[in-house]
Structure formats: C-alpha cells, structure tokens
Design a protein around this ligand. Structure first.
Ligand SMILES: NC(=O)c1ccc[n+]([C@@H]2O[C@H](COP(=O)([O-])OP(=O)(O)OC[C@H]3O[C@@H](n4cnc5c(N)ncnc54)[C@H](OP(=O)(O)O)[C@@H]3O)[C@@H](O)[C@H]2O)c1
Length: 289
C-alpha cells in the first residue's frame, strides 16, 4: 500500500507520519516538501508516486487570523483540497481529508449529524466547508472526517495554552457557553488508519462525510477544569482558580459555534470506530507537555 501524507508536521500529521510508517510505503510531506496550494507540484508528486491513498492533514488552522487573512485561508483550505482531489481522481486514488465542527452554526438543540445543514460563522469554517465541497465535486473515492477541538503534545492547542498560562497565573476565566468534544490528535490518526485498512481490504465503501470526536462533550470551562484536576493529581502544578465566563465576556475576531457537538454513530456503523475518550488522553499526556 502506498500513501502520500500532506501536512506531516501538524498535530495530526505527526501522529499519522509515525504510525503509518510501519504499515505502508509512505511519502510524508511537510509544507516545505509540498505546498498543497501549488497545483503543478501536487499533480507531479501524485503522478510520480502513484499512491493508493492521499491523506490531507495540511490546513490553515489559525481561526482568528483567518478573519483578516481570508485569501490565504481559502487558498489552503479550499484550493489545496481541490488540487488533491483532482490529482487523486486522475489516478483513481482515495482521498482522506480532515474537516471541522466549525462548518456548523452552533445553534442546534442537540448533536450535529453529517446530514445537518452547514452554516459556518467564521472565515475558517467557510473555507473548510468550501474545501469539503471541492472534494465532493471532483473526486469519487473520498472520506471527509470532521473532527473538533484537537489537542496533543505538539502544536498550538487549548491544553498546552492552559498549562502555559497556569505557569504564571493563579486565576483564569474560561468560556462556559461553548460546547464540543475535545479530540486527541493521536486518536484521529488511529481512526484514519482504521479507515485506510478497511478500505484497503474491502473496496465496497460508502464514501462521504463522517464525524469523529472525543467524548464526553463539555464546555471549554469544564475541559479546563479536568485538565487542571489531572495536572494537580500528577503534581504538575498547584491549585488554580477557574471562573466560568460567557462568550460575550471574551470577544474574539472569529465567531465560534456555541454548540459543536458532533454525532459519531455513522463512523461506528461504517468503520466500527467509536468516539475517543479525551480524559484518558489528558491523563497520559500531561507529563509530556
Ligand atoms: N486544531 C483544531 O482544533 C481542529 C479542530 C477541528 C478540525 N481540525 C482540522 O484537523 C486537521 C488537522 O489539524 P491540526 O490541528 O493537526 O493542524 P496544524 O497542527 O495546524 O497542522 C496543519 C499543518 O498544515 C501545514 N500547512 C499549512 N499550510 C500548508 C500548505 N499550503 N501546504 C502544505 N502544508 C500546509 C502546516 O505547516 P506550517 O505549520 O508550516 O504552516 C501544519 O504543519 C485540519 O484539517 C484542521 O482544519 C483542527
């Protein structure tokens, strides 16, 4: 099995790169190796390597900056996936792409399923949705995996930010009216690998969009509380005082969905993949940050 992985230095990309190494002939490419907005290079590399799978872990993920860098966000999150989709289609490869909970408005009363209407509230969300559509329009064999609130040992994420801020503060105010499923980057990589294995062994697959996130669903405040409870248990730091605040009290350039809980039963049915448990990931990774 031959696999091209893009964005191999990102949070999810790093795990994929490591885990896929043992099971496939893998060409792991960082932004430096392949800029996915360069259509000619995308086609050349795909045609030369002739992969069975292309896994796109590359993205523009700076949600707030995207509001002022709209063109760049669309180039990376819409045009990049478009070029990968066309290249995959040309050689009949499967494209696996990661997308986001931020494609939803966040005003639903309940969890979001794959068939729910999208209505992104930010440039980032809109650019990711445009990337999904480009893939759907140009490639027959594709899996779009929407995930949420990604964290891990590397890169920029909420867990690392909390632990860093706690280093020099005794009190923190955290938003308590946005809800979602924190998802460990290593668990996303595992889910993608299971999908690759299933497709590789069995050609009959229902291509499409799938949701995968961590559970239980929490607010950012509840998530922070769990992170610090674990940090205290592991003597990583002393007690810190957390206060819940509203989104209105913490304005950001990009609007975030109040509810981005992803319903994950479709991926269970199709690929036997269950939602991951972010609490055990937090327990394991605190010592490594
Ligand atoms: N982070 C989250 O909370 C979150 C939530 C939901 C969904 N997602 C989705 O999950 C996926 C993985 O996210 P992540 O957190 O692993 O992202 P990440 O850590 O920001 O990694 C993205 C990678 O893409 C690379 N990249 C940027 N522009 C590129 C280009 N033009 N060509 C090639 N590579 C490029 C980046 O390289 P540089 O660092 O050199 O720019 C970086 O290594 C993304 O599709 C994201 O939209 C993320």
């Amino acid at each position: 099995m031959r696999i091209i992985l893009t964005g191999c230095d990102g949070q999810v990309g790093k795990f994929l790169s490591k885990k896929l190494n043992n099971m496939a002939d893998i060409l792991a490419l960082s932004r430096h190796d392949l800029d996915i907005t360069n259509e000619l290079m995308v086609h050349k590399i795909v045609e030369d390597f002739k992969p069975d799978f292309i896994i796109n872990a590359a993205a523009y993920t700076a949600v707030d900056n995207a509001e002022s860098e709209q063109e760049k966000a669309y180039e990376i999150n819409r045009d990049g996936p478009l070029y990968l989709a066309k290249a995959a289609q040309d050689i009949n490869a499967t494209l696996i792409h990661i997308s986001t909970d931020y494609v939803f408005a966040g005003d639903k009363d309940g969890v979001y399923s794959e068939s729910d209407a999208t209505s992104p509230q930010s440039v980032y969300g809109a650019s990711k949705l445009a990337g999904e559509q480009a893939i759907i329009d140009h490639c027959e064999k594709y899996i779009i995996l929407r995930t949420a609130w990604v964290f891990g040992e590397t890169g920029h994420n909420f867990v690392k930010t909390m632990l860093r801020l706690a280093g020099d503060r005794d009190k923190l105010n955290i938003v308590d009216d946005q809800f979602g499923g924190p998802t460990y980057a290593g668990d996303i990589a595992d889910a993608i690998i299971l999908i690759v294995k299933k497709i590789n062994h069995n050609d009959v697959v229902n291509w499409g969009v799938f949701h995968f996130s961590g559970q239980p669903y929490v607010s950012w405040f509840e998530f922070a509380k769990s992170i610090f409870e674990q940090a205290e248990l592991q003597n990583y730091r002393q007690h810190i005082e957390l206060s819940p605040i509203t989104t209105a009290q913490f304005p950001t350039p990009a609007k975030r969905p109040a509810n981005s809980k992803l319903e994950c039963s479709k991926i269970k049915q199709e690929f036997c993949i269950s939602p991951s448990h972010w609490q055990s990931a937090i327990r394991n990774l605190i010592g490594y940050i």
